[in-house]
Every structure is written in C-alpha cells, then in structure tokens.
Ligand binder design. Structure first.
Ligand code: PEP
Ligand code: MG
Length: 759
C-alpha cells in the first residue's frame, strides 16, 4: 500500500466509522460492522478487535477468524501477541507471527493459515483498553503507512468504544482497577511530613474528547492558528530581553524554533486531519508516532531532540484545546498535592504556598535543589514513585505520608481516619520539639553541640526563631539567582543579605558565595560558554565560575561587605578543590574591602573566611589550608557524590550508597584530625546531618557542629540530649575498625538499646 493510498484508506474507513457511530445498531453489531469496514478498507483477510474485560483482552469481533472464538478467546495482559501489545502499549508488525517468542496459539480461532500479523493498542487515558489487529495468509511485513492507518483507526475506536457504550464507560474506567480503587504507592521520602489534598498535575494532562472531525476545514483552520500562536510564543520567548544573550537556553530555543517550523511535523498533522481527525487528535496521533520512534532510538542526544518535539507538541495541544500553562499559572483552588515526573526549584516556587500541601514525583533525589526548596517551604515530598502518573488522576484525593514514604490514592474512609490520627500525633511531636526551642542541646556528658540551620530564601528566616537553631550555618545565596528572572543586581543582593542579618540578630549567618552550575542552571547567565557539559556536577560550577567571572564575585563581595557593615561577616566558598582557589576568592573580598575602606564606607567588624569541603582532593591538602581558615564546612551532598562517583541527582543511584558507609565515615573522621592545632570550626552542612542516625554517627566521629534543614533542628536537639559522646565515640571506633555487615543496623540496635528514637 502506498502512502497516499494508506491515507485515503484511513480516510474512507473513518468516514464509514463515522456512520457506524451515528447508527442505532446494538453494540455488538457495531463492532461486527467495524471489523468489516477496517478489513475491507485495509484489504486484509483478518481484522479483529480485542477489548479489555475483567482484566483480560477478549476477542469481541473478528472478520476472518472463526466466529466461535468471539467472546471465547481471551488473553491475559502480556500473554500472546495481543497481550504483549496491551502490556507494552506498542504496536507489533510481524511477517511470521509464529516466529515471535510471545506467540500463543489458540486453536479455536483457526488462525494457523495466517502468517503475517500487525496489531496496535487501542488507548484511552494512556492505557490500552483493547487491541486492533490484522492478519494475512501471505507472510509479509506491513508498511509503516499501514501501521499508521491502523493507529489512526485505533484512536477513533477508542472514542467509539466509550461513546457508543460498546464497553460501558464505567467499565472502561474500571478496566484498570488502579484508577478507581484505593492504591498504596511507595517511594522515597525526600522531605518528611504528612499532607492531604487533591492531586493536581503540574503539567495538566489534556484529555482528547473528540477524535473524529465533523468539519475538516474548520479543524485545519484551528491547527493553522495554533501553529501561528505557538511560533509567536517561541519567538517572543527567544526575544525576551531578560533572557540575556548566549547560553544554552538559546540553543534550546533554537531547537524549539527549528521544530516549530518543521515542515514534516506540520505536514503529518495536516495529513492526519485530512484523514478525518480533529486537530487535537491529529497532534496526539503524530505525537504517538514520535514516542514510538523515540523508543526505537538508541542515541540519547537524538532522543533528547525528539523530547523537545514532544514538549512542543504538548504546547500546541494546549493552545488548540484552549488549556495553557502549568497548574501554577492557573492557581490552586484547594489543598493540593502536586504530581509530576520532575520539577525545577523555580517551578515549585511559582505555587501558592498556602494551598500547596505536598509534592509527589516519579523521579527526584534527596539532594536535588527542588527538594531543598520544598524543605525550605515546609512541603513534604515523596519521590521515585514508579508508574505514578498512570495511577493517579487529576482531582483524586491523596494522603501523602512522606514520613513512611507512601502515598494513598483514593483512600478508604477508614484509612483517612487513621491518617487523621497520625496527623494529630505528628502535631503533638512538633509541639514537643517546639518546647525544646529554647533548650540548649548539651549531650548527656555535657558537651554543647551546635545545631544550626540551612537557608537560602528570605522566607526561610522565620524558621530560625521557630526552630531555636544556633544560627544559619549555610545560606545558599544562589537561590536568589535561581528564583530571579534576571541576574540580581548588587542592590538587590545587598538588600537580601541585610534583611537576613537583621532577622538573625545576634545569631551568626554563614553566607556561601554563589554555587551555580551543576543542577542549578541559570537561564540568563551564559555560564559554560555555550558548551554542552557531559558532567555538569563536575563541571564549570560554583567557585570555578565565580573566579573566572570575577565580576560576579566582586559584586557579591561588595553586597555582602556592605550588608554586614558593623557586624561579623561569615563567608564561605563552595567547591574549593585546591587551596589557591580559596586564596583567589578571598583576595577578591579583600580588594573589595580595601576599596570600601578608601571610600570611607562602614566595614564589617570582622570577616571570617571559610571553605566548603565538597571535593575529596581538598581533604589531602587541608593541613595547608587550615592556617588560613576560620571554619570549614563539610558539604556531604557533593562530597559523597564524588567519593562514590554517584551522581546525586540520578534517581537510579539515590538509594544505592548509604551515608552510613564505613568509607564515608572513615573519610569524614580524618577531617577534624587534619586541622588539629588550628583554630578551625568544623561543621557538617549536608543533608546527612539532619537525619538522626547519621547525626549520631557524626557525633561519634567527632563532629560537634551541624547545619541542617530547619525541620530537623527539633529532632536533632532531642537526640543530642540523649547521647553520651564517649559511648558513641567508642562504638564508632570499634565499628569503623571492623565494620559490621550493616553499620546502619548496628546503629539502630545501639540506639534502641538506649531508648533513643532514630527514625
Ligand atoms: C553539599 O554539597 O553538601 C551542600 C551543602 O551544598 P549544596 O547541597 O548546595 O550543593
Ligand atoms: Mg554542594
């Protein structure tokens, strides 16, 4: 069949299906007509429709196979060719059906004389609700255009199935029990906490209600208009002055532009409309084809590009259907829990904090910046929930228990009640922590542990008083850069730092100079000279950028020095890899100090310089750096990713290595030893320090200062007061000398024996 004849065949079939849909026939009679129409149209000896019923794909109608098999032949999902199509939601095209490993022979059908086989899934709401297939006596592979014609027909069938009540709509929904009954999904707790609310998709899913067009010209008009609008949007985005010039966002937009004007893409959509589809269905149809191609592509770069096209296709679909933007731009109407594959930190910040109660992600990892932002906002996050988006519908009630790492979808009333009880208990716990707010954390043997908090936004600062933390041990200044549409000018920076110091009062604040790059990409800053970085976490980031873009660091130095006038300025540099980098950064600050002094400006009373230990290499030169340092802050998020060579933002690695590994703890234990004799404060400021077992281990290896997420301050203070340092020190020494099979389990047992809660 040629391309033109396949298109015209699809069109003829659609026209005839239109009549079938409109007719007053009984459901079964309709299906019987449908297989005849398709069989004739595609000139195939066999055409069969299987529909999902009670979890099985049942032969509902056939032309060419034995009629006795109808409603008798049933395949489980994943069983035989039909079941495989249903499971993978992907087509099969086979010259010799029996040669396929999944082929399962059903004698009642009389299909042995047919050799070739092609089948496509009938999809509704992203699930296979049936399978449409054709067979021929002659062994032949079907042309791509024929498969596409089948797919187009399958789209129409999915509408026909629901509209003509071939399968009761209730039952269609019920076909996947997962979408109606309660579901317990498990994931990785990224930010602890409990939340209840309705599911809101970050990128709302567009349901296509009408597949077959009544007026082809009107559909063409709609899609032409949508193309114009989409291209306009892309042009506008590219032209926006605030994006600045250069950088990878330009490349992205260039690619977008290229696809937006791609003749092949628009032609395929127009062809699909020509065959009788609505504009929405045509876009979706072409997108399905893209997805199919993506699955076959092994080249990640090319796959990425195809992904751009998918994004663009979503945009086009939104324009044509009149739905635009993410859920944030439409506003949340009630207590909501956000559902997404992944999110960026800035995207999260667009949401209304009062109504956003939780986030559930298909991906995500503990140290991703979106998680850090969520923590600052006090929003529980559950990540790595596999198959999430297939299980949850927009508007489904959800109970998120990020303490236990679960989310209940469409809970039963009894479950909701139990949840409510936990909610109350949780509040009581919070109250207990709040009572510790003004209690200083001394260990049982009388050592004062410094418990500070991490922050990055103005909004984080109220937590300082609420948690009773000893100060801000890490202020991530890049957050201002991340949430701004343009590079924050010096005045804006100064204002933020001054506000932060004002709120902190007598408590110290450690400002970290910008750590951009890695997973913190600024759209408006050309930070890698347009070069694609294979490994951005190990690439041009943090101090490496700041030293090369000296202007950036100078501005920040001035802002910090001015903001801290008359006070103590604590400043630290991220990702110091060699001592000279620290020297160079400090020199920038010192020259700004001299400048301000010459200008007769008021200076900070004192400046304390510190470095972050995040790059393992620095540990080998700490003795050289120590004399110059006032403090050292161990960033275990980055440090451990480099120690284990395990990307901190790769969800596949999120649980692979344990912070309580002897390798990490032995490494960390050497740090305080390396600066002995120098007056250097050592703090751990990675996420590790905010977890009780990990904090216990850290105290056991000599760490006395922690800077942690505000929510962990209460629990960690409570822990500190139960610990005897000599005792845990002794236990750690023994475990690190001869590590038990699981240090984590050993610690849990140790804590339990002493009545110390650790979860
Ligand atoms: C770290 O790497 O541990 C750290 C505290 O810095 P960030 O998480 O901002 O990279
Ligand atoms: Mg870091």
């Amino acid at each position: 069949m040629t391309a033109t004849s396949a298109v015209s065949a699809a069109r003829t079939i659609l026209t005839r299906l239109h009549d079938v849909m409109a007719s007053r026939q009984h459901a079964q009679a309709k299906l019987n007509t449908v297989v005849e129409v398709i069989g004739e149209g595609l000139d195939s000896e066999v055409c069969s429709i299987y529909l999902l019923r009670e979890g099985m794909l049942e032969l509902f109608a056939t032309r060419g196979l034995a009629q006795e098999a109808v409603h008798v032949t049933r395949m489980a999902i994943g069983e035989g060719l039909v079941g495989t199509i249903g499971e993978n939601i992907d087509s099969l095209n086979l010259a010799e059906a029996t040669a396929h490993p999944d082929f399962s022979y059903r004698p009642e059908t009389g299909e042995e004389k047919f050799h070739s086989f092609a089948g496509v899934p009938i999809v509704r709401r992203e699930r296979a609700v049936g399978v449409l297939c054709v067979q021929h006596v002659d062994p032949r592979r079907y042309e791509e255009v024929e498969i596409e014609a089948l797919q187009t027909v399958a789209m129409v069938l999915s509408e026909l199935i629901s509209n003509a009540a071939l399968v009761d709509e209730e039952e269609v929904a019920g076909l996947s029990a997962q979408l109606t009954g309660p579901q317990h999904l498990a994931g990785l707790a990224l930010v602890k906490g409990l939340a209840a609310g309705v599911a809101v998709y970050h990128q709302p899913r567009i349901t296509i209600e009408h597949v077959m067009a009544d007026d082809r010209d009107a559909e063409l008009q709609r899609v032409y208009l949508a193309f114009d609008k989409m291209r306009e949007q892309i042009e506008r985005m590219a032209a926006q002055a605030e994006f600045g010039v250069g950088g990878e966002h330009e490349e992205v937009l260039e690619t977008y532009k290229m696809f937006a004007y791609d003749e092949g893409w628009s032609r395929r959509i127009i062809e699909a409309i020509d065959s009788g589809l609505t504009a929405e269905a045509a876009i979706e149809r072409v997108q399905q084809r893209t997805r199919m191609r993506m699955r076959q592509i092994d080249d990640p770069l090319l796959a990425d590009r195809m992904h751009d096209l998918e994004d663009l296709s979503n945009r086009l679909l939104r324009i044509v259907s009149g739905q635009m933007g993410t859920a944030a731009s439409m506003g949340l109407r009630q207590d909501s829990i956000l559902i997404a594959r992944n999110l960026g930190p800035a995207e999260l910040l667009e949401y209304d904090k009062r109504r956003l109660k939780g986030v559930v992600l298909e991906e995500g990892s503990l140290t991703a910046h979106v998680v850090i932002v969520a923590r600052a906002m006090g929003i529980p996050v559950l990540g790595r929930v596999r198959g999430l988006r297939g299980m949850v519908r927009d508007g489904d009630p959800l109970l998120l228990d990020a303490d236990k790492g679960t989310v209940v979808v469409r809970p039963l009333p009894t479950v909701s009640e139990a949840f409510e009880a936990r909610f109350v208990k949780n509040k009581e716990r919070q109250a207990a922590y709040a009572a510790l707010r003004d209690v200083e954390p001394f260990t049982r043997d009388g050592t004062r542990i410094t418990v500070m908090m991490n922050a990055g936004l103005r909004d984080d600062m109220p937590s300082l008083a609420l948690s009773g933390a000893d100060g801000v041990g890490l202020f991530r200044t890049e957050f201002q850069f991340l949430v701004s549409a343009t590079l924050p000018q010096r005045e804006r920076q100064t204002r933020l730092y001054r506000d932060v110091l004002d709120v902190a009062g007598d408590k110290p604040v450690v400002f970290r100079t910008v750590d951009i790059g890695g997973d913190k990409i600024l759209p408006y800053l050309r930070h890698n000279d347009g070069e694609h970085e294979e490994n951005p976490a190990m690439g041009w980031r943090a101090l490496r950028v700041a030293l090369e873009r000296e202007g950036l660091l100078k501005v920040q130095a001035r802002a910090l020095l001015e903001a801290a006038a008359g006070k103590t300025l604590n400043v630290m540099f991220p990702m110091v890899s060699e001592p000279w980098e620290f020297d160079a950064a400090r020199a920038v600050f010192e020259s700004q100090r001299s400048y301000l002094k010459n200008q007769k400006k008021k200076l900070p009373e004192a400046i304390r310089y510190g470095a972050m230990l995040e790059v393992p290499a620095l540990a080998e030169q700490l003795d050289l750096l120590a004399p110059k340092l006032s403090f050292l802050s161990i960033g275990t998020n980055d440090l451990t990713q480099f120690l284990f060579a395990a990307d901190r933002s790769n969800p596949k690695l999120a649980e692979r290595y344990d912070w309580l590994s002897p390798a990490i703890l032995r490494f960390l234990r050497r740090v305080p030893q390396a600066v002995v004799g120098h007056n250097v404060d050592i703090t751990v400021c990675g996420e590790m320090g905010g977890r009780r077992l990990e904090a216990l281990a850290l105290m056991g290896i000599g760490i006395r200062r922690l800077s942690i997420t505000p929510a962990a301050v209460g629990p960690i203070k409570e822990l500190v007061r139960k610990v005897d340092l000599a005792e845990i020190g002794e236990a750690m020494n023994q475990w690190l000398a001869a590590p038990p099979p699981s240090l984590r389990e050993a610690l849990v047992q140790w804590a339990q024996d002493r009545g110390i809660e650790t979860d």
